[in-house]
Ligand binder design. Structure first.
Ligand SMILES: [Zn+2]
Length: 451
């Protein structure tokens, strides 16, 4: 089994282009899709929250198409942590754990009711689904509100914070299985970060635990959960946070390929995760076109082992990580002349070209910032050289001109590929170029070219 996770809170293509991507993912060897809906669907139970881009009919079309292509489709919603998109709204503030925007209070009387209603809504959209992923990772504030404090005190088994997590998550896993006949799946980090594994006996035996590890030794804590007797999957990251992700356009590829290859060696079913934002209160990553090497390596390791872009990917990483400007200039041209096996790869070449140009503009603008500061200090010491100032002004104008050209090409790319969130993505990248001011458009936008 080769499952692919797509985090839809990131940049997504229009419905029409999404179908093309599904075809492409199938040709790359994936046979199951875990769709993390988050804020992108207008859920009845969370009225007024989120920035929906997919109607329920659009979801049904996508899911039906994917199933006809041979994918098993597994919907993913979060039932405890990472609910920023809901809890940041004042009208749902009453559900926050001790005022935190990311986490639900598991002891609030409405928590189970709302979450089970949400499971009902999701199940209705997926009449053929066999599984549902209920998230459950990174509930860092567990047990911090007075209500939860009291529940811990009154727990006859004195299980502490983990008792709260187990009761809430297990009750919803049982609901999914017993009422909806959906095998529940859960991230396992809350179990594996504990000093000893709390008993997961309250979960239905059909529960699948997913052990995500995006770097280093991937199986070092896996035996904790495996020993409990449940089905266990691993999880790699095709994309997750990297240094400077809030303004950079290109992510390092090598560390992702290494993580994917390390999971491949385990022989376990591996869910390859493709994150769209770190969370709903942080920045967008790039479009899926940026991830062709990683998608290929995860779906078809044998295809990646002979892929003609391997050397390019390696040299691009080296140039990005060590700020090699001349190498980047060469690679920007080389990106456009790479062999493209299909339409998706052809667009990915354009993306790498744009990403490298952006990296060069960032570096150039920082040089100009330093020069401006030095000229200003020199002026105070009587070193006024009009020629030098004129040179600086000309270079600044040239940098602005290239930035405008880059922004225009980026928007062309967005329109051609019918991608969401053009304004937010462009503005946050321009923030990485010194001297640029983000345009005044604070609204999260939808597709630049609507479906
Ligand atoms: Zn609480």
């Amino acid at each position: 089994m080769r499952p692919l996770h797509l985090d839809l809170k990131g940049i997504i293509p229009s419905g029409k282009k999404f179908l093309k991507w599904l075809n492409w993912f199938r040709t790359r060897g994936f046979d199951a899709l875990v769709l993390e809906y988050d804020c992108r669907v207008p859920w009845e139970v969370w009225k007024g929250a989120g920035s929906p881009l997919l109607t329920k009919n659009a979801v049904k079309r996508l899911v039906g198409y994917a199933e006809r292509l041979g994918f098993e489709v597994i919907p993913l919603i979060q039932i405890h942590g990472h609910l920023e998109w809901i809890l940041k709204n004042r009208r749902y503030g009453f559900l926050r754990e001790n005022g935190n925007l990311n986490e639900l209070c598991p002891c609030h009387a409405e928590s189970f009711t709302r979450m089970s209603q949400w499971i009902d809504e999701v199940a209705e959209l997926h009449p053929h689904a066999e599984k549902i992923h209920l998230g459950g990772d990174e509930t860092w504030h567990l047990g911090s509100c007075p209500r939860c404090g009291k529940a811990m005190e009154n727990d006859p088994a004195q299980r502490g914070r983990m008792g709260l997590f187990l009761d809430h998550a297990a009750a919803l896993c049982r609901y999914a299985w017993e009422e909806k006949h959906l095998r529940p799946m859960l991230w396992d980090d809350m179990f594996c970060s504990a000093a000893s594994l709390p008993s997961p006996a309250a979960f239905p035996e059909e529960t699948v635990f997913v052990h995500w590890k995006y770097g280093g030794e991937v199986t070092d804590r896996l035996d904790l959960i495996r020993a409990a007797g449940f089905e266990v999957w691993g999880a790699s990251a095709i994309r997750c946070a990297w240094r400077g992700h809030h303004w950079k356009a290109l992510n390092p590829i090598g560390e992702r390929l290494e993580n994917i290859a390390n999971w491949e060696k385990t022989g376990l079913p591996v869910l390859h995760t493709t994150w769209g934002r770190p969370n709903n209160l942080w920045n967008l990553y790039g479009p899926w076109e940026a991830l062709i090497p990683e998608f290929t390596a995860a779906g078809s390791p044998e295809k990646w082992s002979v892929h003609p872009w391997r050397s390019f990917a390696r040299r691009l990483d080296a140039a990005l990580l060590h700020d090699k400007r001349e190498a980047l200039k060469t690679l920007a041209d080389e990106a456009l002349s790479l062999p493209g096996a299909d339409a998706v790869e052809e667009e990915a070449k354009n993306w790498f070209h744009l990403g490298i140009r952006y990296e060069l503009l960032h570096q150039e603008s920082l040089d100009l910032l330093q020069t401006r500061r030095c000229l200003s200090v020199l002026n105070r010491y009587g070193c006024r050289d009009r020629t030098r100032t004129a040179d600086y002004d000309a270079l600044s104008r040239e940098c602005r001109r290239k930035t405008e050209l880059w922004a225009r090409d980026l928007l062309d790319f967005w329109r051609r590929n019918e991608l969401s969130d053009a304004a937010e993505y462009l503005d946050t990248r321009l923030a990485g170029i010194y001297g640029c001011v983000a345009r005044k458009n604070p609204e999260r936008s939808g597709f630049s070219s609507a479906e």
